[in-house]
Design a protein around this ligand. Structure first.
Ligand SMILES: [Zn+2]
Ligand SMILES: [Zn+2]
Length: 387
């Protein structure tokens, strides 16, 4: 099989509903070594970042939804640490993370969301006879904002994977590109009852489309920012005692596209100095974001340089440094508040793109939610059959 070229990433409106394969994903299950996709639920070891199918961890799918509120622990085969949460990138793990983007002293804020369970993360890495241990009793006083950026290449054809991804990551905000939704597809069919869903379906053509979904516990509203000539969507999230957070979904369909970034610039110009997160599929295969430079053989270098200028002129930091499709980093998250970013990670996706996960250290006004589950389920242990 040949190595995908940079130009392979110009893939507007392909009719195949690509799904992750062993060749395209680095996310192989730590037990069975088959790809962890969202066709079934998965769990992430917070210690060594190895993924597992829940069935390979003897976690029954009926127990899964209660895992985060129960005494269930599971053991990572790779590093032998215990994990007690099903949600990828849980906020408990976050407590030990240093903000790599921070340029400000955030010590005051850090104290505000201190997690009483820090000692839980300081467990020995290896235990000769690990004992099941209850999850921490104390929960964070408030949760950071969790955002995932998903290139879908058709939500309707992947509704099961879409739902598993949402269930396993519990995002506050979902930004989706290439939704391939049409007006006759109702939001109810997207299995997102807990979210306010904002869409911009592609008109008069196949493919494309962007979507933003915001959890209903958070105040959000669609903006009336006009973007007729690009696949852009802006949603406003209302925060407590802070300026509103503006979220954009952006799909730049091909590497040679010349209209999306100018359109994005016009929308930014129409706003007054707001906190912004712009996520999506930008189709700039020529950037090596880990080195912050253009790759050799970069296609359309002038368009790449134009994008760099766009970032600089708007004081935007691009957060994704790992590849998101083959060896290229196409799915980006831009922000003008990098000091509020806890972390930005890449994880399995539902198309041939990986998903990016971004966590914001911001207080959010959440509406009252149903009380958490109180039930306790049995302890599962790798290799054993639950009693
Ligand atoms: Zn497996
Ligand atoms: Zn591990």
């Amino acid at each position: 099989m040949g190595t995908p070229s940079l130009l392979d990433d110009s893939h507007p409106d392909i009719n195949e509903t690509n799904t992750p394969s062993e060749a395209s994903t680095p996310y192989l299950c730590g037990t069975c070594r088959f790809p962890v996709t969202w066709e079934s639920k998965g769990v992430l070891c917070e210690n060594c970042s190895v993924w597992y199918h829940i069935c390979c961890q003897n976690i029954h799918s009926d127990d899964y939804s209660h895992l985060d509120s129960s005494s269930v622990v599971w053991y990572c085969l790779s590093c032998n640490t215990q994990n007690y949460t099903q949600v990828a990138f849980s906020c408990a793990a976050n407590a030990t993370n240093h903000n790599p983007y921070s340029t400000l002293d955030t010590s005051e804020d850090s104290a505000d969301h201190s997690i009483d369970s820090l000692d839980e993360r300081a467990l020995p890495k290896y235990m000769s006879s690990p004992n099941p241990k209850s999850r921490p009793l104390h929960r964070p006083k408030w949760k950071p904002i969790r955002l995932i950026n998903v290139n879908c290449q058709s939500i309707p054809s992947k509704i099961g994977a879409w739902k598993n991804l949402i269930d396993c990551t519990e995002p506050d905000i979902v930004v989706a590109t290439e939704t391939w939704l049409k007006p006759d597809i109702h939001n109810a069919e997207l299995e997102m009852d807990e979210y306010a869903v904002y869409r911009r379906d592609r008109r008069n053509n196949i493919g494309g489309g962007v979507l933003i979904a915001v959890h209903k516990s958070i105040n959000s509203t669609e903006t009336n920012i006009e973007t007729d000539d690009a696949e852009l969507l802006w949603v406003k999230v209302v925060l407590k005692n802070q300026p509103d957070l503006l979220i954009a979904a952006c799909y730049r369909p091909i590497v040679s596209d010349k209209t999306t970034i100018p359109a994005l610039q016009r929308t930014i110009d129409s706003m007054n100095n707001k906190n912004m997160i712009i996520s999506g599929d930008f189709n700039y295969p020529g950037f090596d974001w880990s080195k912050r430079e253009l790759k050799a053989g970069c296609p359309y270098p002038s368009l790449h340089e134009e994008f760099q200028t766009f970032l600089e002129e708007n004081s935007l930091t691009q957060l994704t440094t790992e590849p998101t499709r083959h060896e290229n980093t196409l799915d980006l998250t831009l922000t003008n508040i990098p000091e509020r970013i806890n972390r930005s990670k890449v994880m399995p996706g539902i198309s041939d793109h990986h998903v990016t996960y971004t966590e914001l250290d911001m207080k959010i006004h959440r509406r009252q939610q149903a009380p958490p589950y109180s039930m306790v389920v049995q302890t599962c242990k790798l290799g054993g059959i639950p009693p």
